[in-house]
Design a protein around this ligand. Structure first.
Ligand code: PMP
Length: 811
């Protein structure tokens, strides 16, 4: 790397910025002169990091000058960070699969201000009053560096709490968002001897610490302090890697032998290792720096296989011995770095909050998303509740309170603004940043076996609810066109007043006849039908018993009604029975889907209606997915199971088998009449437009006249379910046209959905809140008009991706 001065330009006002490429070049002579720079920013330390080539980072050093006088300098480096490891729900297998499919998934190139391997503010100023101007200049430089390195964002790290406001004032205007960082552990060394320190501890901790120093007596371990450790670099790297491999919360750095070697060379006399020897072998070490004012624990390593590893507690011994070394060097403060806070609190450390500021290169709205991702990943320890702390430390920071205030500043909306939740929602942006967002795909044709998207890509559609394949049926389209011509585009009014056409009444009549019921009321969607019917039929004081996996619209309907909602475990009739016993004597309704849309399971309506009858409860069944597909006449599961007479209310939607939009509820005449005159969702919403009514009427005629469509869709689903299961997928098949595949991770499901789409198959990703995370996966559903060759094509795609759903170990 050439170590020349590469950049000089007039920056804001009178400050000029020089960029240095290397700490080892003569240009760096005088680096930091006149500034009170911290240890980590000293030339020898930066040289050690730079020379070791650790993590392949590209360092840049910025010097800010006014009229030839240095006013500030900053340490900047470019590195790669993998945010995928931040998601605790993404297990290593799923992560690996995602990386195979989308190599750039959550991998970011970052321009950072701070240090590699050390904690602390990466910007040092001669006079703090220059901070606003310098930070402005810094941002311009960072923008140039992002462009030069094609980086995704900048991260200004480790700003201490007392300087937060000054930074935020400038950076907030520049499109940055703040995030809580890993806090730093610091111990004020106010004792002259180790004994003084130990006697300041509570008796239990004192005993533990004293015991931890009996290494020779108990385990034949000897302790040495070495200022020259260059020859040990390889061993140190091995022991360090053991610790890093176990790190759960932070494992970004990859320290290598050259790093330890470079430290020994560049930091001679300013660094040392405490090493533990057992039978001539190094079993652990701690590498510490001797700073200007402080003593700094840099890293440590251990051999976990060493037989006394657990009992000997070398980490504790190393830290206590480090305190002793700090005293020996006459330092009044010791730094113990990030993560692993509990033992540090026990030592008496104060955990100091640190903030990061992040800005996406060109999409300012992603800055907040990134900040949120960082905050979510970095857990702040609660240092106010630690017993040993009171004795030796002085807790001044309440990290949970600090975190709340930073999260507030992350939010575009104030906490007292009702829209604050808009600002705290980041999930969709997180997916976009991860490169796996694919929701709202843009179809540009009718829903059929093979569809096209706006990019003209053809895909096999395994994700529509148009189960009978009527979405593009000529007869139905023609009926809608005729109605549009005759009646116009819409009704513009409530069914109760100006919104009822002759065809609305005709459809109600035909549907009632088809369902074998006395009457029908129409609503504008299926969702609204459930809101309307349940809120009208139930009220405060009543009890509604709901299957846990019922459709959201049923839950919302009960909420709107004000009735008490009790939930029984999915398809668990024993649980339902228990709840019915518990609510005996109260007015009760059991509400259930008949065919569960996400699980593909079919309710046991025989059992449910029997229990309801025994307890005097009414039964409401949502047949949205079953009408047109199940039952000898296509009326749904109640018909299939022969219990229509025991179901009081049935609802259905026109958005599935009927290939349109709208919903209906059916039951006895007086019940429907009551709904028609009392249900807000029916009365206070305009009638379905004529074209839709004509569509549904025509579709109903096909449902009645072509029962073979029911067989066709179920046959296709059976074929696909068996093929997928035979292949090795975890298929949830219960004989329905809905066939979910479960793999228990929503992020992976979203990625699979996008991946399959790119390979020519559309499936629906399924996850929270529709189903719990462990049931996340993708949902396939079939239509009567699927072409066999399209299904085969889809199977091929599933087959080729199967290994991706298996744990890496079984590949
Ligand atoms: N109930 C169930 C069981 C559903 O699956 C759905 C739609 N997914 C609805 C009601 C709502 O129907 P619509 O789409 O017509 O609003």
């Amino acid at each position: 790397m050439s170590a020349v001065l590469i950049h000089e330009h007039a920056a804001l006002d009178d400050i000029q910025v020089r960029r240095l490429m290397s700490m080892m070049s003569p240009d760096a002579n005088g680096w930091g002169q006149g500034l009170n720079i911290p240890t980590a920013m000293r030339r020898e330390f930066l040289s050690a990091v730079e020379q070791s080539g650790v993590n392949g980072i590209s360092p840049r050093y910025l010097v800010f000058e006014r009229e030839g006088r240095v006013v500030a300098c900053a340490n900047v480096f470019v590195s790669e960070t993998d945010f995928a490891t931040f998601d605790p729900k993404l297990n290593p297998d799923a992560r690996q699969t995602l990386k195979r499919w989308f190599p750039g998934f959550m991998r970011f190139k970052v321009v950072e201000v701070g240090y590699f391997t050390m904690i602390g503010e990466g910007l040092a100023l001669a006079d703090e009053r220059d901070l606003p101007q310098v930070v402005n200049c810094l941002d311009r430089e960072l923008q140039l560096l992002m462009e030069e390195f094609d980086a995704d964002f900048v991260l200004i790290r480790d700003v201490p709490q007392e300087k937060y406001a000054a930074y935020w004032q400038v950076l907030g205007e520049l499109g940055y968002a703040p995030s809580t960082g890993f806090p730093n552990a610091r111990l004020g060394v106010k004792w002259e001897t180790l004994d003084d320190y130990l006697s300041a501890l509570d008796s239990k901790t004192r005993l533990k610490f004293k015991n931890s120093l009996k290494l020779r007596e108990e385990f034949s371990i000897s302790v040495e302090v070495l200022g020259d450790y260059e020859h040990l670099a390889d061993e140190l790297a091995v022991l360090w890697a053991n610790v890093n491999a176990k790190a759960k919360d932070y494992s970004r750095e990859q320290l290598t032998a050259p790093f330890f070697k470079a430290c020994a060379q560049h930091l001679a006399g300013r660094s040392e290792i405490i090493r533990f020897m057992h039978e001539g072998r190094m079993v652990g070490f701690m590498l510490n720096l001797v700073g200007e004012q402080d003593y700094i624990v840099l890293d440590w390593g251990v051999d976990y296989d060493f037989p006394h590893y657990r009992e000997a507690n070398l980490y504790r011994a190393a830290t206590v011995l480090s305190i002793q070394r700090a005293m020996a060097w006459g330092k009044r403060s010791m730094e113990l770095g990030i993560t692993n806070y509990t033992p540090k609190l026990t030592l008496g450390c104060e955990i100091q909050p640190l903030t990061y500021f992040v800005r996406h290169r060109d999409q300012p709205h992603y800055s907040r998303t990134l900040a949120r991702m960082l905050s979510d990943a970095i857990v702040q320890p609660d240092n106010t509740e630690h017993a040993a702390v009171g004795k030796v430390g002085s807790v001044t920071h309440d990290l949970p309170v600090f975190e709340r205030s930073i999260r507030q500043d992350q939010n575009l909306y104030q906490a007292q603004d009702i829209l604050h939740r808009v600002g705290s929602y980041q999930r969709s942006n997180t997916m976009r940043l991860g490169g796996i967002y694919g929701l709202y795909p843009e179809f540009n044709c009718a829903q059929q076996s093979l569809v096209t998207f706006s990019n003209q890509q053809e895909v096999v559609l395994l994700g529509t609810n148009s189960y009978l394949g009527l979405g593009s049926d000529e007869r139905i389209v023609e009926a809608a066109v005729q109605a549009l011509r005759r009646y116009g585009s819409g009704c513009s009014g409530s069914p109760l007043l100006n919104g009822t056409l002759d065809i609305h009444n005709a459809l109600e009549h035909e549907l009632a006849q088809f369902m074998g019921r006395e009457a029908v009321a129409l609503c504008s969607t299926g969702y609204q039908t459930n809101l309307a019917a349940l809120s009208a039929l139930c009220g405060p004081g009543d009890v509604v018993l709901m299957d846990a996996r019922n459709h959201r619209s049923l839950f919302d309907g009960v909420k709107l009604s004000g009735a008490d909602c009790l939930v029984f475990r999915h398809a668990d009739l024993a649980h339902l029975d228990k709840l019915l016993h518990r609510t005996r004597g109260r007015r009760c309704m059991v509400v259930t889907d008949s065919l569960f849309s996400m699980e593909g399971t079919i309710a046991d309506l025989v059992g449910i209606t029997r229990l309801a009858r025994q307890h005097g409860a009414r039964v409401f069944v949502d047949e949205s997915h079953a009408i047109g597909v199940f039952g000898p006449r296509g009326r749904g599961i109640a018909e299939l199971q022969g219990v229509e007479g025991d179901v009081d209310v049935i609802m259905g939607t026109f958005s599935k088998s009927f290939a349109a939009l709208g919903g209906f509820v059916t039951g006895r005449r007086e019940l429907i009449d009551y709904i028609k005159h009392n249900a807000g969702g029916h009365i206070f919403s305009a009638s379905l437009p004529p074209s839709v009514i004509a569509t549904v009427r025509a579709a109903l005629q096909v449902v009645i006249a072509e029962p073979e469509r029911r067989q066709a869709v179920l046959d296709k689903a059976h074929y696909m379910a068996t093929s997928l299961a035979d292949m090795g997928y975890e298929v949830s098949y219960h004989g329905a046209q809905i066939v979910p595949v479960v793999f228990g991770n929503y992020t992976l499901a979203l990625a699979a959905y996008k991946r399959f789409m790119a390979h020519g198959v559309y499936v629906n990703p399924v996850g929270p809140p529709a189903v719990p995370e462990q049931f996340a996966g993708f949902r396939t559903s079939y239509i009567a008009t699927h072409r066999w060759e399209d299904l085969e094509r889809a199977l091929q795609v599933f087959r080729s991706h199967l290994p991706d759903f298996r744990p890496a170990s079984s590949h």
